[in-house]
Write a protein that binds this ligand. Structure first.
Ligand code: FAD
Length: 494
């Protein structure tokens, strides 16, 4: 077992921040035996709910890591959306689903962020890694060979030489500022929410409750978390005349609820998290300076409408992890790392646009008194159709009969024997779907998946040839003959 918390001369990777993004990246490196350290400024895990939606694409990633099923058992996919005007219920809609056969997880999973982080930490521990709590990156300098980092730890200060630094230190990142990367965009001062977690008496935890009003739009919302006593609060809270918005308390949550809902018999008895959320719409101008990279909220900020911030960050880490490992293990040329920003920046631009549209839809629908999730949770927010077409790792060629192209996410398929293709695609290697032929010319990094199954041929729109799938589940190459596969892999190593 590789020493994950190595203090040897040059550490391959320092990950800063143990939120969902840093934890995902740590798992990706750990399962490829790449030494790293994962440091976290906080003294202990955060227990606030924050993100409450795991989107289908993230669930597929967490399936690859082996933790999706336990999370599915923890959260729920079925909570209806119940609407009120004052104390009058004005409608209820079931949670929307976008039926499709190319994934085992078509539904968004609802659960608090701390439960996702907890599952990732448990997986990381199984893989031999740990979080170093109470340890902060205080400064760093670039060198010819990497980055020298200065840490404040519970035991004093420490200087470490790293080959790569990955900043997963969230939206208020000091690392991004120190790197001189502009976080261009807007802050919508007027679009503020009170958010928090409460325990309460007087409501059944069988729906996501939303009180809508012409004045505030989303006047108050309460979201119950399955298997806990906790509900997430969200309430639009414009700043006062001085531009200030006070941080809520248990008392002010109670007072605001009474004022805006006029509901009798509901009392918040405890509050474990209170915050003011401001809508920022920003994207880091670059995702990399020298050997330092950005991933997650440090690279993109946007409205929480649509529930995609944590999800996109997890997907950033999943894109970067295998590339860092391949370069550090000498299996790929360092230029592979340039493809991280090339592939993920267009996704961030899509994210900012999509979430801004949903923010407006949410506010507009609420003002009209007919607030609905229909324009917020959509087919796009499943994130299953995001692709890397037209990027340099996607070998250009003809699309298959179903329109599948290099760069697309490799569709999952329920096979004739009832199992899912994704069970064979799990693991850190590259995979090769041999659609009709068998081949013995195997690269040790390549897992051959025999794929002469009619359901697979139908889903992929091809019954012969080869589909080369990257470690992050995107198609690299669709080729009629095997020769193209070693040629592609050789180009990567060059
Ligand atoms: C009310 C609310 C609802 C949300 N709903 C959703 C949703 O439904 N779906 C969704 O996908 N997203 C949602 N989000 C967004 C989601 O919470 C974030 O996108 C997610 O937390 C980003 O993860 P991260 O790992 O990039 O950053 P963070 O979770 O912010 O983690 C960064 C970590 O870095 C640490 N750190 C900072 N500086 C240093 C340093 N110098 N040294 C060491 N450690 C450091 C911090 O302590 C922190 O633990 C919501 C957010 C809020 C507030």
């Amino acid at each position: 077992m590789v020493l994950m918390n190595s203090r040897s001369s040059t550490l391959p990777v320092l990950i800063v921040g143990a939120g969902p993004v840093g934890l995902t990246l740590a798992c990706e490196l750990a399962r490829r035996d790449v030494p790293f350290r994962l440091i976290e400024r906080a003294a202990s895990p955060a227990l606030s709910s924050r993100a409450k939606a795991l989107q289908p694409r993230s669930l597929e990633i967490l399936h690859d890591l082996g933790i999706a099923e336990q999370l599915m058992a923890t959260g729920t996919t079925e909570l209806p959306y119940r609407k009120f005007a004052g104390n009058r219920m004005i409608g209820e809609t079931p949670r929307r689903v976008f039926p499709r056969e190319d994934t085992r997880y078509p539904k968004t999973l609802l659960l608090p962020q701390w439960q996702v982080e907890e599952a990732l930490r448990t997986k990381l521990a199984e893989l031999g890694g740990t979080v170093e709590w109470g340890t902060e990156l205080t400064d760093f300098t670039a060198t010819d060979h990497g980055v020298t980092c200065y840490l404040q730890t519970p035991h004093g200060t420490e200087e470490i030489a790293c080959t790569y630094l990955v900043a997963c230190d969230g939206g208020k990142s000091t690392t991004r500022k120190k790197l001189g990367i502009t976080f261009a965009g807007e802050t919508h001062q007027e679009e503020q929410l009170w958010v928090g977690d409460v325990e309460l008496e007087g409501l059944a935890p069988d729906a996501w409750y939303n009180w809508l009003s012409p004045k505030f739009g989303l006047a108050f919302a309460l979201f119950p978390f399955k298997g806990t006593n906790t509900w997430q609060v969200q309430a639009v809270m414009p700043p006062d005349a001085n531009g200030q918005t006070p941080v809520p308390t248990l008392e002010s949550f109670n007072a605001l609820f009474r004022e805006r809902t006029q509901m009798e018999g509901v009392t918040f008895t405890k509050s474990t998290w209170q915050s003011v959320y401001r809508v920022n719409i920003r994207r880091a101008e670059r995702y990399r300076v020298g050997n330092a990279f950005l991933a997650g909220d440090v690279a993109h900020a946007h409205s929480i409408a649509g529930g995609m911030g944590m999800n996109t960050g997890i997907q950033d880490a999943y894109n970067l992890g295998w590339k860092l490992a391949a370069v550090l293990r000498g299996e790929a040329d360092a230029s592979l790392l340039d493809t991280y920003a090339e592939e993920r920046i267009p996704i961030a631009d899509w994210l900012l646009k999509t979430t801004s549209e949903r923010q407006q839809a949410m506010m507009g629908a609420a003002v009209a008194g007919a607030g609905s999730m229909d324009k917020i949770a959509t087919k796009e927010t499943t994130q299953l159709d995001l692709n890397y077409r037209d990027r340099r790792l996607s070998a250009h060629g003809a699309a298959t009969a179903t329109g599948l192209q290099a760069g697309d996410r490799a569709p999952d398929v329920r096979l004739a024997d009832g199992t899912w293709l994704s069970d064979q695609l799990r693991g850190s290697q590259w995979k090769l779907l041999a659609l009709s032929a068998t081949t013995t010319a195997v690269d040790s990094k390549l897992k051959i998946v025999p794929a002469n199954d009619p359901a697979l041929a139908q889903a992929y729109g091809a019954s012969d040839g080869f589909v080369l799938i990257r470690p992050d589940g995107h198609i690299a190459l669709i080729a009629p003959t095997f020769d193209a596969v070693p040629e592609y892999l050789a180009r990567l190593a060059a």
